[in-house]
Design a protein around this ligand. Structure first.
Ligand code: GLU
Length: 279
């Protein structure tokens, strides 16, 4: 009898645990993206002017675009959870539902469209080179032969160098800030990625006067907002939000506020861009 009673108590607590677990998973399932609730947005954490985390503060053009779009989709600023989205992890973060969208200097490409869908573009940048201020030997991608160049794994920047400039010694890191450190300490001779990103580093207080952007762009980087592949409805809503941001003047303000301090010259022949049709 005593043994049976203990058994019943044990069975009851197992049932209670099972119910609790069931309740939790139901809640996670209903949060719409990665569990834990909130609207999760992937951004860069180390790119001044674009996506920068300083303590609990997030700033940059990508952050402002993301906040505007989120609001238009019905998510207030306090509902947003910012998630670090390094270049090589963006497609995976989206396809596994760890983020709802990625706004992280994320170029729209056909290869990426195999795994994710894009709204946008909301900005068009170009690939360029960052070198030490006293280096006059590197004037463009054609003068990189035999030089040590740094870029980031999973970026279009690294891809382009490998495909078009095979004579270059390419070192790939996980983030651009690691490349900047290597450039300053002379571990590499140049860093290549979008001119927007490079301008942000060159203007940082600790690097002022030490680095310069070469200023000869050799690609068109169309920044899109990455979402789950095939989510055309969300793509249409984001494009409507981007158009509203541009038409209202809020886009121009965000560009001036974020890229202005670095003295970045926006290519007005390409910007603001018209959004692609969603497919
Ligand atoms: N815009 C390029 C890309 O999406 C380079 C910048 C980055 O890696 O975020 O690959």
């Amino acid at each position: 009898m005593k043994v049976r009673q203990i058994g019943a108590v044990a069975a009851a607590s197992v049932l209670a645990l099972a119910l609790a677990a069931c309740g939790d998973s139901a809640k996670d399932g209903g949060s719409g993206g990665g569990g834990g609730g909130g609207f999760k947005i992937g951004i860069k954490f180390d790119q001044p002017g674009l996506g920068l985390k300083k303590g609990s503060d997030y700033t940059g053009l990508d952050v402002d675009v993301a906040k505007y779009v989120a609001k238009e989709l019905g998510h207030s600023e306090k509902d947003i959870t910012w998630v670090q989205a390094p270049s090589a992890q963006r497609e995976t973060l989206i396809s596994t539902g760890q983020v709802n969208m990625v706004v992280a200097t994320y170029s729209i490409t056909d290869a990426r469209k195999e795994k994710v869908s894009f709204a946008g573009p909301y900005f068009i940048a170009g690939q360029d080179l960052l070198v030490r201020a006293d280096d006059s030997s590197i004037t463009g991608p054609d003068s990189l032969t035999g030089k040590k160049l740094c870029s980031v794994t999973g970026s279009t920047s690294a891809q382009k160098v490998k495909a078009k400039y095979p004579g270059v010694q390419l070192q790939e890191f996980g983030t651009y800030s690691e490349c900047v450190a290597a450039l300053v300490s002379k571990g590499v001779d140049a860093l290549t990625t979008d001119n927007t990103i490079l301008a942000g580093y060159a203007a940082q207080d600790q690097y002022k006067g030490k680095l310069k952007v070469v200023g000869k762009t050799f690609s068109e980087e169309r920044y899109g907002i990455g979402i789950k592949k095939g989510d055309t409805a969300t793509c249409e809503k984001i494009n409507a939000a981007l158009k509203k941001m541009i038409d209202s003047g809020d886009w121009q303000k965000a560009v001036d506020d974020n890229l202005g301090p670095a003295g970045f010259k926006v290519d007005t022949a390409l910007n603001p861009p018209k959004q692609d049709a969603c497919s």
